[in-house]
Design a protein around this ligand. Sequence first.
Ligand code: HEC
Length: 383
Amino acid sequence: MSKTVSLLLIAFAGVSALLVAGAASARRSHTAKKPKPVVISTRKVPKLGTVLVDGKGRTLYMFVPDKHRRVTCKGTCAVVWPPAELPPGAKIVTKGKAKASLTGSDRNPAGGRVVTYDHWPLYTYIADRKPGQAKGQALNLNGGLWYVLAPSGKVIRTKLRTTATAVAALTAKTGSAKGAFRGTLHGSGTGSGTLSWTLTYARLSSAVTSVQLRKGGKLVVRLSGSDRSGAHRTKSLRGAAFKAVAASKTTVSVATKRHPQGELTGALEVASPPAGPILVKVTPAAVARGKMVARTYSCTGCHTVDGTASTGPTWKGLAGSTVRLIGGGTTKATDSYLVDVITDPGRLRVAGFDPGVMQEAVPAGEVSNTDARALVAYIKSLG
Ligand code: HEC
């Protein structure tokens, strides 16, 4: 249920003709001849049980779009979720409860190979800073969902209620600079809260003269410059509500002495924490407000409230019903489901209707959470 918002992150840094990925692989090819074995082990992580970890104890994840087959996370995604690389000639060694028979490897589109487990390519998450953390669990980031794996190969889909993280990889269009932007959103699951963040960068071609974070055109934070590598932290970015960040582009820029204009770009994705179940109370005030909101957004132009057919499913009897989905599955129209699809119709997959129709009329983020709850109260009142 986490929401992903893509933002643009631009950082200014020094030049040279290499891509970050290129620089990284060039470094790798100069490493010693006898590569160390790659260790796949296990570790108990609170609320998730025993999960796969790498040789340093860092949690390993599978990526749903890999479809149990191949590495599809590359570019910016691979900087946020570094794949468990298998250097040429290196062996995979299993420890703990990990099973050697389930290990394998797959070609990395960026070059080299990636360790797989039960055919799932494995990745770490840059926001996990120490063993035992699994901040990437059930996040919808960089194009899909990420889950930890049990030693049996089973995908563990348990959602953790944690603070959300915002992570961006800075990749250089031209330039040997390397950086990352990490933020943590402290707040509710409704997509608002305070963002605190860290920007790290290294190997810039000249000293940094300024670091700024902008929200839309507005300068939010200006930090003093430092050397060619650095880290900047805000304790908390008060007032930079998540919604505001999502609505207008957030830009982090690092200007250097030599290059007042930048070459580093990256996508910043902010995931809101997985929300707990939502329960909407049906009060006369909420229903009245819902009715009004439905008029404001012309919802009732596509949905009837009396059971008759229209462009979209009727709202009568919808709340609590079993919704048939495209592809044959079903889902229960819980309050959480209703709030979710109203605030992000891109996830709608109701059998017999055209996906994308509602999304075009009411794009994700158009209806506020408060309004969505009022609408759900109204829908529930229809029985
Ligand atoms: C342009 C037509 C249109 C408008 C306007 C529209 N919807 Fe929809 N809505 C649809 C369609 C079509 C579907 C089913 C789409 C799908 O599954 O992909 C849908 C699905 C839904 C569902 C899920 C129904 C189910 O059976 O699971 C809810 C809830 C919903 N809309 C609420 C709203 C609300 C609230 C508004 C106003 C803020 C709204 N819709 C505006 C067309 C529309």
